[in-house]
Design a protein around this ligand. Sequence first.
Ligand SMILES: Nc1ncnc2c1ncn2[C@@H]1O[C@H](COP(=O)(O)OP(=O)(O)OP(=O)(O)O)[C@@H](O)[C@H]1O
Ligand SMILES: [Mg+2]
Length: 319
Amino acid sequence: MTSPGRLGDFEVLRRIGTGGMAEIFLATKRGAKGTEKRLVVKRLLPQHARSERLRTMFIHEAQLAIRLAHPNLVHVYELADDPEGGLLLAMEFVDGADLGRILTEMKRRGERLPVPVALRIVEQAARGLHYAHEYSDEGAEPLAIVHRDISPQNILVSRGGAVKVADLGVASARFVRDETGVQPGKLRYMSPEQARGEKVDRRCDVYALGVVLYELLRLTSPYGERRGAALARAVTHGKLEPPLAKAPDIPPDVLPVLAAALAPDAARRIGTMSSGRSSSCGSAGRMRPSRTARASVLPRSSPYGDTRRSSSYRTTPSA
Ligand SMILES: Nc1ncnc2c1ncn2[C@@H]1O[C@H](COP(=O)(O)OP(=O)(O)OP(=O)(O)O)[C@@H](O)[C@H]1O
Ligand SMILES: [Mg+2]
């Protein structure tokens, strides 16, 4: 599939990804006097935009996402119509790599992320999520925003080391997609209550971020090699393999916070991202990563550039 040259007001430079219900493009938007802004355009595919329910949900969630502004959230600029019938969401371009890609690279190398780097990434993502969880309009009741789809692919790390959570606000639309069976959700990161199809609150994001931290520390899933029905059973019961206390390579001072984030019963789980952060602060704060450690996991060049495409990561500090 080739990239469309233009999508509404956006000039497409290249496609950078395809998700379950959307395509992602690197694009520019021209302003007055020759100014231009580089951004990412997420295009809800026309076949999904034709579903009235999905379309309404996507628009509603986009309205929400546009209001959020936090350094650890990918900033959403505007919603626009796609001349071909889809919907276009313009957002901040994070020049770097998603955590899924970083994890793949670390697994390929057989190397773990330095613990302080893993903690720092998760702590930054937690800051962005906490802001969204607490968000309310001008003193009104909090809107009870829940991401629902925290996974390594939705946590972006820029080449400068910034950590930004993507797709906040459009996650419910994705949830409908799961309900309608267009694409299965990322079961491996779901909290037990979400996997059981129960009503969820912010604690499902706490659980999902716990799964991400576990993977960053151990380079394996907390559900081991399970797939299909066995995985679904393990996730719905929150049954980790091996049990957390027996899992090697988890630093002892991280273990309590990870156990509290991965409690199968939401009532026993860390209640807010901020309490999770403060209880892990001992570890994250004391072990603040050095510039060298940060540089060791960040992409050397943008993985999105055609000519600069590179799957390698720095092994030496940046200049
Ligand atoms: N704002 C952005 N800046 C840079 N890259 C991005 C941005 N948004 C998404 N990407 C890249 O595009 C990929 C695909 O994004 P997309 O959100 O469509 O799918 P996904 O994250 O894999 O799954 P999901 O549908 O659960 O979000 C991401 O994993 C990320 O690598
Ligand atoms: Mg995404």
